[in-house]
Write a protein that binds this ligand. Sequence first.
Ligand code: ATP
Length: 488
Amino acid sequence: AENTLADIVSHAKEYGFVFPSSEIYDGLAAVYDYGPNGVELKNNLKQLWWRAMTQLNQNVVGIDAAIFMHPLTWKASGHVDGFSDPMIDNLDSKKRYRADVLLEEKAAEYEKNGEKERADALLAEMGRLLTAEDLAGVRQLIIDEKIACPISKTSNWTEVRQFNLMFSTQVGAVAGDSSLIYLRPETAQGIFVNFLNVQKSARQKVPFGIAQIGKAFRNEIVARQFIFRMREFEQMEMQFFVRPGTEGEWYQHWKETRRRWHEALGLPTDKLRFHDHDKLAHYAKAAVDIEYEFPFGFKEIEGIHSRSDFDLTQHQALSRKKQNYFDNDINPETGKAYGNYVPFVVETSVGADRLFLATLCQAFVEETITEGEGEQQQTKTRKLLKLHPAVAPVKAAIFPLVKKDGLPDKANEIYNSLRHDFRLVVEEKDSIGTRYTRQDLIGTPFCIAVDHQTLEDNTVTVRHRDSREQTRMPISELRSYIGEAVSF
Ligand code: ATP
């Protein structure tokens, strides 16, 4: 059976992956906390991304910029004037919606009913109206499509307004316009304003990239779909600076590289697709989303954007600081150095939380298994997380078969000998079957049983999460065995 989002939400809470924020006060919409297993899984995802960027590419280096930035940053980037979503209210139900999402959902409904052309036509029309900023037209389209609020069943809509998604606050003790600053709505601008600092200090030559992981904040109009759309979330972004004219090749390169990375982590090919943008953001020359098929449909997890020199030239204009790079490579056409230019940028931008949700949706399975032999044989269902061992919160659980005869001591000895390499747990409580079940539920790839034979010959039984197969092996081989499985 396919899992619904509700199954995943409750599993995430029960097993310490994700909790609603400030739950004792009934939560805060679109804000979530990561629990003990969640933080491990998320950190693993972030580390793998960081390594894929900065360790596997000599020409990609990292930074960690502040969340607060000079307010002119957001003027230059276009966010003050243009970072908004079209908002509409239904007067009967007093419910608020994102106008484009209402229309996208209608299109998805058409597509589901086999009316692909009708869906495409609707999306194209919406794109045209939004690009032309024809908000009255968007409202009319919602009415024409007979989109009714689920509660009121009427179409008593307000006008469509653009709602800016940036959160603002005051810096310093005096309130007033001059001290108004924003919480960054994307991490990218921290990279752009540091372009020359990084290029010079890291002695990088174009093409090179700057990677960053950090929090971003958006006052999303509607809170829904769990950690898919949050008001406080985490982005993993990389801006790749290239010579103008080469951005097309690099766009293709990163598009393919990033897709392969998601596949290697366990998102299957048939559940991933590219979605080209018809409606381009103010900065973009080309843009594609990598979409994953969530239980609620194909949705973006990562964006690849060809941003031209938009951001750097904007910052150059507002800061009055040159953002030029001198390229001393020889242009074969002129026989002279390429010289000074403002580099073009290809960006990869993935949400850590969306990636986490995709990982969880993909890993969470319920299967029917047969246990025991002959008369004892029984079938039952088990739930488990088939996580890639590299991202699993716990790599192995060590179980002394009984709580006596020195088996717990032996288990702790194994734990101590491996804890510097892997995150492990020792569990003594409950039957071995119950302990296996508990580890399956959090996605632990290996369970190591310590029994009386272990005391005699220093071997243990390693039980595999997915196949439930058991292998007897010497304790001395555990490090390389687990190490190989968890490498990525
Ligand atoms: P959407 O269309 O879903 O609002 P977007 O196109 O605005 O997303 P980008 O600005 O391209 O998103 O941001 C890059 C990535 O950041 C997205 O692919 C997504 O993974 C993540 N992201 C953006 N907004 C949110 C959010 N509100 N909550 C969680 N992750 C987000």
